[in-house]
Design a protein around this ligand. Structure first.
Ligand code: ADP
Length: 245
């Protein structure tokens, strides 16, 4: 992939202790129940994520990383404790309001891309707008916007292809384009390089860094790869549902 991805020239994000907190987790506990057996996955986490910060969450498999990311992304609610997104306690919102907040403020990137196979690359990128506008008939301005985003991830020429015609790295770049098109404040990435070879992984990491540095997004990335975690400004290590220093 061309290293000169065409993000606009915006100043690099600087995070200071005064930068506002975007997401706060307070005494976060998450348990799953099976046959009345409690599996306590998160055991009382207190965390703050500031605007414009790039955080990596690392830890062994089963440590609770994905569970934590799901809670931070308002995809699930904690058993006890709070997730406060900007100034709103997630537990005070009904499912409709949670979905609205998610759609407006958060872009998700998953290990297995989660593209819709029957839609083209361009249509996949437009998916947040299809959902927001409740129609597949969007005006030309939306298409132009999607093409501009595809430019940023160097995939404009693939806009009419289907996901099955793309490599894993290319599919993940489409997923990144979809995550940023609606201009969310926060990007949550769950093992975004977990299914990719080394070269494609580096491309994805470069893109995430650009989204953070050039576009000023708050990025929270789960990874089990220490090399990629070092590219973040801050690393949170989870072990057995707790943070370790
Ligand atoms: P990590 O991302 O660090 O590998 P996860 O958050 O995916 O860890 O999972 C933590 C633990 O919670 C694991 O033991 C996993 O099996 C369990 N778990 C995750 N999701 C569920 C669920 N929906 N129901 C029951 N157990 C779950």
């Amino acid at each position: 992939m061309n290293d000169q991805l065409s993000f606009e020239n915006i100043e690099t994000t600087i995070v200071t202790p005064d930068s506002p907190v975007v997401i706060r987790a307070a005494n976060l506990v998450k348990s799953y129940y099976q046959d009345e057996q409690e599996l306590r996955v998160l055991k009382g986490l207190d965390l703050e994520f500031r605007r414009g910060e790039f955080t990596a969450i690392i830890g062994p498999s089963g440590a609770g990383k994905s569970t934590l990311l799901h809670l931070l992304g308002l995809l699930d609610l904690p058993t006890t404790g709070q997730v406060i997104f900007e100034d709103t306690d997630a537990a005070t919102l009904n499912e409709g309001k949670l979905a609205l907040l998610r759609d407006q403020k958060i872009g998700f990137i998953f290990q297995f891309y989660h593209l819709l196979p029957e839609f083209t690359v361009l249509e996949n990128v437009l998916m947040p707008f299809f959902i927001r506008e409740s129609t597949l008939n969007l005006g030309d301005s939306f298409r132009v916007q999607a093409e501009e985003i595809l430019d940023k991830v160097n995939l404009r020429e693939r806009s009419q292809h289907f996901p099955s015609q793309l490599s894993g790295g290319e599919q993940q770049r489409v997923a990144i384009a979809r995550a940023i098109i609606a201009n969310p404040d926060v990007i949550l990435a769950d093992e975004p390089t977990g299914n990719l070879d080394y070269k494609a992984s580096l491309e994805i990491m470069r893109l995430l860094q650009r989204i953070h540095e050039v576009e000023g997004k708050t990025v929270i990335m789960v990874t089990h790869n220490d090399e990629y975690a070092k590219k973040a400004q801050r690393v949170i290590k989870l072990k057995d549902g707790r943070t370790v220093s």
